[in-house]
Every structure is written in structure tokens, then in C-alpha cells.
Design a protein around this ligand. Sequence first.
Ligand code: SF4
Length: 430
Amino acid sequence: MNAIVDLPVEQQHRVGKNIPIYKERGQREVFCGLTGIIWLHRKIQDAFFLVVGSRTCAHLIQSAAGVMIFAEPRFATAIIDDRDLAGIADANDELDRVVKTLLTRRPDIKMLFLVGSCPSEVIKLDLSRAAQRLSTELINQCRILSYSGSGIETTFTQGEDACLASLVQASPKQAEVIEKNLLVVGCLPDVVEDQFHRLFTELGIHNVSFFPPKNSAQKPEIHSNTQYLLAQPFLAETARLIEERGGQRISAPFPFGVDGTTAWLKAAATSFGIDPTHFETVTQSKIERAKKSIERYLPMLTNKRISFFPDSQLEIPLARFLSQECGMQVLEIGTPYLHKQHLECELELLPENTRIVEGQDVEKQLDRCRSDKPDIVVCGLGLANPLEAEGITTKWSIELVFSPVHGYEQAADLAELFARPLNRSMKLAA
Ligand code: SF4
């Protein structure tokens, strides 16, 4: 059986080295955007995320964050109950009451996100109006913003995109500024952010800021002299809003692995007129060190076959890293959405015969996976256990969003995240 016989080829979507992108529609297996709260609340350190949702939403957040115990948690769920659903209680009054109680008890909260969910959308609770109303009332106490983390037709990393988009919209518009600035867009662990900051400084790019900021008082600097560099490939709406304010995207691969990081930094250096010799001087020793540290995982990864199920939207840059730098054979890259402009540099670097599938029809993809027999599958939590039960080694895609994996110093850790499950399976088989 030809594993891809059912996939409709859309000629107009041929990309890069004439790679066709197949589109698939059907049942999907992904988490919703509420999941993003787990890493967003760690990044913006004085923000609070109030999910306006059901008990299911509360369970999702609690179990996703179950390993973390906080004395003062920075996320919670305002439960929409039967009275709200039946229209007996005014959901807006109830929400105002919950927000005021929360802010009275927790005056340290300086920014509050009202996070929409499937239930709040079903009862048509307008959270953007609620945020405006409460912001006016509580103007000296707290900034109140809103975004949707709903699971309808979305995937989990879109929660970060929606959150950052709301922050761009709420930031004051700036008049034209003469000094050019670099804005690095996308949540990065603090340790990675600090490493990149040092690298940009060494390169001679000084006017750099990271978005989202660590503190709600810091506003992003976006104007017609802003060059922005995406650190994550799933920020389509945030990028669109930054461009609406005059920011220009620096086109680059994403900073995964040594080559990805070098190309990403190089694109910024070129845009800021940094001398290529100086660039080499700054990066050379870091490149050598990172390549050396990846080497120890190559025996486990080289020539191993890998398939990606659509989940995190990191699939294409990760597949590029694993094929280009680790010698893995990529059988299928499933991705929930594919932003062709943001990923154009990545697509150019993929091997010629790569099969890319945008969207999902989970049963068909499982059939292709069983037919392909990959050595390892990258997928969501819901598929990992059944696949492991069938003897297929898996890697949870969500772990790749939580873990520090960007940049030179994390390149070997990224390789290890794929080598470890392969190693474990090999030992179990032995
Ligand atoms: Fe489920 Fe929707 Fe709540 Fe997500 S937002 S937990 S998909 S009900």
C-alpha cells in the first residue's frame, strides 16, 4: 500500500525545493490554547491568568500544571456554572465580582488576563468588553486584558500567540523613532533570553528587547524603525499586529540547533550592518563547542526515521534540525498550520522528498504511521500512550515547548530530547 495515496496534492502549495504540502481535514488530536498559561505565567512574572471556563478547563490547567506547587498561584478558573449557562445569573456581574475579590485579595497582581474558553464563547460572554469595563474601573490598580484560549479549531501554542497579540494591541502607539531597535518575539526561558542578550551585545546590537517582557510595566517598543525577529514559529497574529504598527520582520530560520541559531543571528547581524568578520569572531567558538556537544548523540540519531504528528507548530524547524544536523530521516511532518512566509527559510532547508501534511485526519495519519514504521514519533500526550502500546517510540511535543531548546548552549539538549526515548526503547528491547 502506498502510504500517501489518500493525500490530495495541492499544486499551488509547492514550496521550497518543489516540496508539495498536502492538506488534510478530519478529527484532530490537540490541546487547546489554555495550555499556554503554563509557560506564559512563568514568563510575565507579575501577571495573573483568569480562565473564564468550565470545570473541564480547570482540570486541564490543574493537571497540565500539576507538577508545580505555588504558595501564591498565578492562574485560576472562574467557573461558569449552571446558573450562568441557563441565563439565571448575569455572567458579566459574576465575572466583575470574581475579579474584584481576586484583586482585593492579591494586590500584587499588576496585569490580569481574562482568558476565554469554549464555554465562555458558547454563552457569548464578551471578555474584551469585560476587560475594558474593568480596566476603566480599576485603572490605578491593574491592567486588564483578554484573549481566547478556546479549543475550537485551534492548537495549544496559539494560546501564546493570542496572549502576545493582546499585549501588542494594548501597548501605546509610538510616534516614529529614529533609533533602530531589535525586538525578539516569542516566550523564551530566562536563561536562553540572557544568553541571546549577551550574544547580541557581543555582536554590537545594543538596542534589543524581548517580547513578552518579564514585567508588565515594560511595554514593547514597536514603531516604523523596529526590526523584529521571531523566536517561535507560531506567532502569526502577533506578527501581523507588529507589522500593522510599522515593525519589519527579519526573515530567518528559527534558532534550533547550531545551524538554525547561526542563521537566525546572522539575519539580525546583516539587518543591523554588523561586519561579517566580527560575526564570525563572536560566533565561531560557540559554534564549535555546540557542534562538539551534539556529537555524542549522533550515534543514536543518525539514520533513524522520524515522523511528526501535528501539534506544537514547531514541527518544521525541528525536522530541519534533526535531518540537517543529526542525520535523521524525516518521513512525515504533520503540522496544524503552516505560515509559508514565516517558514520560508526553513522549508528551503528540508530534504527534497519531505512529506509535509498541514491539518489532521488522525485515523489516516495513524495508518500512514503504521505503514511507515518510524523509529520515533513526535506527538501529543493523547496519542503517545496508544502508540507506545503498539511498540512505537514516542516523544511528547509539548515537552519541546516547555524545555529550554533554543540557541547554541541548548543544541545538545535538544538532540538529547530525541536520543533519550530511542535509547530507552533500545534498552527495553535488549
Ligand atoms: Fe476543553 Fe475548550 Fe476548556 Fe480547552 S477551552 S479545556 S478545549 S472546554
